[in-house]
Write a protein that binds this ligand. Structure first.
Ligand SMILES: [Ca+2]
Length: 417
């Protein structure tokens, strides 16, 4: 590269002293400066006649159109090798273990993967000057779309082999790590059983993203009242901690994800900030969240991802993931098993239970993001139940969960002011 300026109209731009200084520098052996302008160097660097270009050997590189697919789908690989101009001498030799075809000599091959697994990809590129090879380990993740979980689906992290399911590998989960310290099964605390899954945000750099991903789950039986619930225990270190927990769903084996839950910092916290190690000692330090599943009703293959973006806070635990295909039939409410009125309301609502229902019954009112706003246990003698919460319920849409015995109803409540 050369910085060229034309000083032809300025014949005396340097003083005699400056000229002498420049000549002294160019004749100095310091840093081999006196070699810079020798004819042999000018030829070798191509800045004088007689230069013969040298063809360099390529350096192999490539990328893929996607890195996660469902079994039976294809990936297109694109050669990105560099270090020499591409000419007719270039040849490509790809290796695709697990792929069909398993080798290729194209510069942009498309490969189909029919069997679930995690696969390496190698490219050897050659030109007239030499060759280079590049292997990207565990590059292509191929997921199954059937044979995994069915609803009702639960995960309580009690299997010591987690994320592997020690009795059925089709139910194994997957870690997606950004850092070496990330989600891991723990027996430090649990909501049920002896174990949960935990990430220690204190030991993860801000902004790092770490996830755990479910096996494929068949949502064929999920109805418009299907719900996923899960328990979270989390504390900030102080009120600036901004750890973000998101729950995402994928209909295409993880190529694309839809966010269905996102809470961070104080919104996520189930306990007061603490600078010590947060270990919940009672179930009161956990909270339950729920995600309506109606938009995935009938899907044959759904993957669920829990994703933490660390933000300087304390430990976060997750336990008791529970996917219910149906949480009751709304028609039953019209059938006078459950009545909710007035609806829409200003926040004061009456819930009336059919007297045949088991008691005690629980009534929870959740906001649209799944946070429990009101949680009541009622005896039949209190039936009907008046929930006077004009000040608690701001205008919006809520879910009212009514559980009596082994039955659960979900009803939408609209609050207007
Ligand atoms: Ca557990």
């Amino acid at each position: 590269m050369q910085n060229y300026m034309d000083y032809a109209t300025c014949a005396k731009m340097f003083t005699q002293g400056q000229k002498a200084r420049m000549q002294a520098a160019l004749n100095s052996s310091a840093g081999n400066r006196n070699n810079l302008w020798t004819s042999s160097n000018l030829i070798a660097t191509g800045t004088n006649d007689g230069y013969t270009p040298v063809t360099c050997a390529p350096i192999a590189d490539f990328n893929a159109s996607t890195y996660r697919i469902c079994a039976g789908e294809s990936v297109t690989f694109t050669d990105l090798s560099y270090n020499a101009p591409k000419d007719n001498s270039w040849t490509y030799s790809w290796s695709f273990p697990g792929g069909t075809p398993s080798t290729s000599t194209d510069s942009m091959p498309t490969i189909t993967y029919n069997t679930p697994g995690i696969y390496d990809v190698s490219l050897t590129v050659t030109n007239s000057a030499g060759s280079d090879s590049y292997t990207r380990n565990q590059l292509i993740i191929v997921k199954q779309t059937s044979g995994g979980g069915a609803t009702p689906f639960t995960e309580g992290f009690e299997d010591a082999a987690f994320p592997v399911n020690s009795t059925n590998n089709n139910l194994s989960w997957e870690y997606e790590f950004n850092t070496s310290t990330a989600w891991d099964r723990t027996t430090l605390a649990s909501y049920s059983g002896n174990a949960s899954i935990m990430i220690d945000n204190q030991n993860v750099a801000d902004g790092m993203v770490n996830s755990f991903i479910s096996p494929t789950i068949d949502f064929s039986n999920v109805t418009s009242t299907g719900i996923m619930t899960f328990k979270v225990a989390y504390a900030q270190i102080d009120n600036t901690s901004s750890d973000l927990l998101r729950v995402l769903f994928s209909k295409d084996c993880g190529k694309t994800w839809q966010v269905r839950f996102a809470r961070s910092g104080a919104q996520l916290a189930s306990a007061s900030p603490t600078s010590g190690n947060f270990i919940p000692s009672t179930t009161a330090e956990w909270q339950e969240f729920s995600i309506p599943l109606s938009i995935f009703a009938g899907e044959q293959s759904i993957y669920v991802k829990f994703e933490m973006t660390s933000g300087g806070g304390n430990k976060c635990y997750v336990d008791d993931i529970n996917i219910q295909a149906t949480t009751g039939v709304e028609e039953l409410i019209n059938d006078e098993q459950i009545q909710l009125y007035p609806n829409p309301s200003a926040g004061n609502v009456t819930v009336k239970l059919n007297t045949d229902l088991a008691v005690p019954a629980s009534i929870q009112i959740l906001d649209i993001s799944g946070r429990v706003i009101i949680d009541k246990t009622v005896q039949l003698s209190q039936n009907p139940v008046n929930i006077n919460n004009e000040n608690t319920l701001i205008p919006g849409t809520y879910f009212v969960n009514i559980t009596a015995g082994n039955k659960k109803w979900v009803k939408k409540l609209v609050v207007l002011k």
